[in-house]
Ligand binder design. Structure first.
Ligand SMILES: Cc1ncc(COP(=O)(O)O)c(C=O)c1O
Length: 434
């Protein structure tokens, strides 16, 4: 992110010349009569919605605007792993929220939703006014939004889809996008399409909700939405709709990469075979690789090779590929990940007793001039110049002169994630022997 990948694919340039504001020569998003109305009409036509609007403050403002359809005290149902903007809007609008949990796999990745359980929730609570779902998920799971929407309709519940990670779906396979079925859909264009940060769209399919959402937009979004961003979004939608080779190339490169990665030995691809009920597909843009307990190590090795990941937990990592990634990027990634997969074969378990014994070894005295500082994720394979002691429990996991293995990095990461102190860490750096 952003999906233009450092400007590798851009459809408009010379930004300053189009950085204008609401004047008689331009237009006004909130009272559109000219060029912006034309762009909004193009959006409506392409997406087949009752109304679509540009968001210049990301999906965050789209979610706030969507939640403006509720009255104070109304009840909403959330699929549990919603973005914080949904949780924030529950507070802001004074709503009552209840939850349904995702079906998760061993690594905690969502793999589906139980539609029978969902129906029971609807039956049990006739006061529910809407159901909010995130699809695709961060890890690239796409729910069966059509079936969910049918169920919502049956029980008179509005469906709001946070499609922040799915702005590309309408160009790839629109049957996977909530835009075809849900009442309101919010998409971050900057995540998976070549648009600058914070570019996003909101789509409304229920004409009774259009005014409320638009009212929310006027309340929460900047009163001077950027013309640069609106022009960029207009250009991205037009270009990708007119010239399908961009998305076709991405689908082709990604399909090939995913197929090739099936022969990795230590890393497993999160793909359609992992899906459970209520899910339709995995996302073409996302590559989620499962490598229990070794993901941080893989992350650091990918980083050294120039790949910055979207997300990493101790058990899996997620990357986003977009239309800005050309074939050479896919080839390099494949080569690098196979090389890393080979390195993982050599992973060794850390021996705690050895660490404690070595506290008193001759190597414990290290001259400052023989040391250097490295980001801890880049220190794998080097010898530590300090004892590394997470506190609590205060037991050294490594002492001076010992090799920094992926297990050590994982333990440090876990401790930091758990908000514990790690003695021997300098900010995010470790001191290693030269
Ligand atoms: C699921 C989800 N929804 C909404 C958002 C907010 O998107 P934005 O950054 O466009 O405001 C994010 C951001 O990461 C997200 O992951």
């Amino acid at each position: 992110m952003p999906g233009h990948k450092g400007g590798r694919l851009v459809f408009i340039d010379d930004f300053h010349k189009i950085d204008v504001t609401e004047t008689i020569f331009t237009d006004d998003l909130y009272f559109a009569r000219g060029i912006i109305k034309d762009s909004l009409d193009r959006l409506k036509e392409f997406y087949g919605t009752k109304a679509s609007y540009f968001l210049t403050n990301g999906s965050t403002v789209g979610i706030l605007s969507a939640m403006n359809v509720h009255s104070r005290g109304e009840e909403v149902l959330l699929l549990r792993d919603c973005h914080k903007s949904v949780y924030n809007s529950i507070d802001i609008f004074g709503l009552k929220a209840s939850y349904i949990n995702e079906i998760k796999n061993e690594q905690g990745i969502s793999v589906g939703i139980d539609l029978v359980e969902l129906e029971q929730k609807f039956k049990k609570n006739p006061a529910l006014s809407s159901f909010i779902v995130t699809s695709p998920t961060y890890e690239g799971l796409i729910y069966d939004i059509k079936s969910i929407a049918n169920l919502c309709r049956e029980y008179n519940v509005s469906l709001i889809v946070d499609e922040a990670h799915g702005a590309h779906l309408n160009f790839w396979d629109k049957s996977l996008s909530g835009v075809s079925y849900a009442d309101i859909v919010i998409q971050s264009m900057h995540k998976t399409l070549p648009a600058i940060t914070s570019c996003a769209l909101i789509h409304i399919n229920d004409e009774f909700l259009v005014e409320k959402v638009f009212e929310g937009l006027k309340k929460f979004q900047s009163s001077s939405p950027s013309f640069i961003m609106m022009a960029e979004m207009d250009a991205v939608v037009s270009k990708l709709a007119d010239d399908t080779h961009y998305i076709d190339d991405l689908v082709c490169n990604m399909t090939k990469l995913k197929k090739d990665l099936l022969s990795l030995k230590n890393i497993t691809l999160f793909d359609d075979d992992n899906l459970s009920k209520g899910a339709l597909s995995t996302d073409v843009c996302k590559l989620t690789l499962i490598c229990p307990k070794k993901a941080y190590h893989v992350e650091s090795l990918l980083l050294k090779r120039g790949f910055v990941l979207e997300m990493c937990t101790q058990d899996y990592l997620t990357c986003i590929f977009t239309v800005a990634d050309k074939r050479n990027i896919f080839e390099k990634f494949k080569k690098d990940i196979f090389e890393i997969d080979g390195i993982l074969d050599k992973g060794v378990d850390i021996d705690f007793n050895k660490g404690i014994k070595d506290l008193f070894s001759e190597e414990s005295f290290v001259q400052d001039e023989n040391t250097e500082f490295l980001e801890f994720s880049l220190a794998i394979g080097r010898k530590s110049a300090d004892k590394i002691i997470p506190y609590p429990p205060g037991v050294p996991i490594l002492t001076k002169g010992e090799e920094i293995t992926w297990e050590v990095i994982e333990k440090i990461s876990k401790s930091l994630l758990g908000n514990k102190s790690v003695y021997g860490l300098y900010g995010t750096k470790l001191r290693v022997i030269r």
